[in-house]
Write a protein that binds this ligand. Structure first.
Ligand SMILES: *[C@@H]1O[C@H](CO)[C@@H](O)[C@H](O)[C@H]1NC(C)=O
Ligand SMILES: *[C@@H]1O[C@H](CO)[C@@H](O)[C@H](O)[C@H]1NC(C)=O
Ligand SMILES: *[C@@H]1O[C@H](CO)[C@@H](O)[C@H](O)[C@H]1NC(C)=O
Ligand SMILES: *[C@@H]1O[C@H](CO)[C@@H](O)[C@H](O)[C@H]1NC(C)=O
Length: 327
């Protein structure tokens, strides 16, 4: 009866990252605090990112902690994204474990303001995918991370970039799932290299979009001299790409939120879309981010009836790379 236990122990060791068992303090990380880091790659601008370790981060966590990247919108910052996406809040968990939250900073695009690959205004000489791969490699080497549970989320242009990462083989193969909020999905830019989305498997995605988003309209439109997809075309595209069966529909909050749920997808993937009546260009939440100073308003200061994190964290919990039954 010892063998199954031994096998289990070996599997756990293989899945967790090489940062397990290592002291993290020397590198500048701190439990319960968000710390700033930079990294350099030749031929590329110096990149910066902030890392939040949960208060009970431990180098000895069995199997490692999950890791979530949260990408800001165009012109925004990693600090604002931490505030609005609220993924550093205490007590959040994925698969019953606290997770490490990472807020990368975009560099200036052709309009002179921060931007991510996947939009017409991004700087095409900046390799944001390489930046993500480098962060993954540094973080899994420094920290005790469950390499089967690395996820990406983003708002607006950051959501478009999360989609780009799901469409790019080198990053799709390292991400268990993505979540997008008020995402800017530029038709000819957001689908990976050559714009021919290639996740290499059925890829899980959960998407949130408000019907009164004036920046990236629910029904699609044009911005920065480029077309962006309607929400329908965006999530129907994933339903089709993942070879799912037709969606079921469910409503919440007296019909204020409509959820479309695809199942039967390739590799046991799932696709979820939340249509939120009357929400502006925001990360869905019932409380105001700190940046709003208590004053409701447009965009990120527009409160709504649900918290995205109440749905996206349980969604992520369902997906781990090597335990997914690839059917
Ligand atoms: C998480 O913990 C709860 C309560 O302890 C338990 O019921 C549930 O099965 C656990 N979920 C996972 C994915 O381990
Ligand atoms: C840390 O705290 C979270 C939430 O407070 C809890 O669910 C989790 O089991 C704790 N331990 C680890 C290793 O995540
Ligand atoms: C896609 O779905 C169809 C219909 O359910 C099924 O016959 C086919 O095998 C699926 N293809 C893949 C690659 O999953
Ligand atoms: C996904 O499922 C297909 C069969 O539909 C299989 O050939 C492929 O290996 C699976 N992908 C992964 C990453 O396991």
């Amino acid at each position: 009866m010892r063998q199954p236990l031994l096998l289990f122990a070996l599997i756990s060791i293989v899945i967790a990252s090489s940062g397990c068992g290592k002291a993290y303090i020397a590198k500048g990380y701190q439990r319960g605090v968000t710390k700033d880091f930079t990294l350099s790659t030749s031929g590329q601008p110096t990149r910066s990112y902030s890392v939040h370790l949960p208060p009970n981060y431990s180098k000895d966590t069995q199997g490692g902690h999950p890791l979530v990247f949260s990408f800001h919108g165009a012109t925004q910052t990693s600090k604002i994204q931490e505030d609005i996406s609220d993924l550093s809040a205490n007590g959040l968990e994925i698969n019953n474990k606290s997770f490490v939250a990472v807020y990368p900073q975009g560099v200036n695009g052709i309009k002179g303001t921060s931007a991510w690959t996947g939009a017409p205004y991004a700087n095409s000489n900046v390799d944001d995918v390489a930046f993500v791969l480098k962060m993954m490699s540094v973080l899994t080497s420094d920290l005790c991370i469950d390499e089967d549970r690395i996820y990406a989320t983003g708002k607006s242009n950051g959501g478009g970039f999360a989609n780009y990462l799901a469409c790019t083989p080198s990053t799709a193969s390292k991400l268990a799932a993505i979540a997008t909020a008020s995402a800017a999905i530029y038709t000819n830019h957001a689908f990976g290299p050559n714009n021919n989305c290639n996740p290499g498997r059925g890829f899980p995605i959960i998407d949130f979009h408000g019907t009164t988003d004036d920046t990236i309209k629910y029904d699609g439109g044009r911005s920065n001299n480029a077309d962006y997809l309607s929400s329908d075309n965006f999530f129907n595209g994933w339903g089709k790409r993942d070879n799912c069966t037709n969606p079921n529909q469910q409503t919440l909050q007296d019909g204020a939120v409509t959820i479309r749920k695809w199942s039967g997808c390739k590799n046991t993937s799932l696709v979820r879309h939340f249509k939120i009546n009357g929400m502006d260009h925001a990360w869905p939440r019932t409380t105001l981010p700190a940046k709003c100073n208590g004053k409701p308003g447009n965009n990120d200061c527009d409160k709504t009836v649900i918290n995205a994190n109440d749905y996206l964290l349980p969604f992520f919990s369902q997906f781990a790379l090597s335990t997914t039954k690839w059917n």
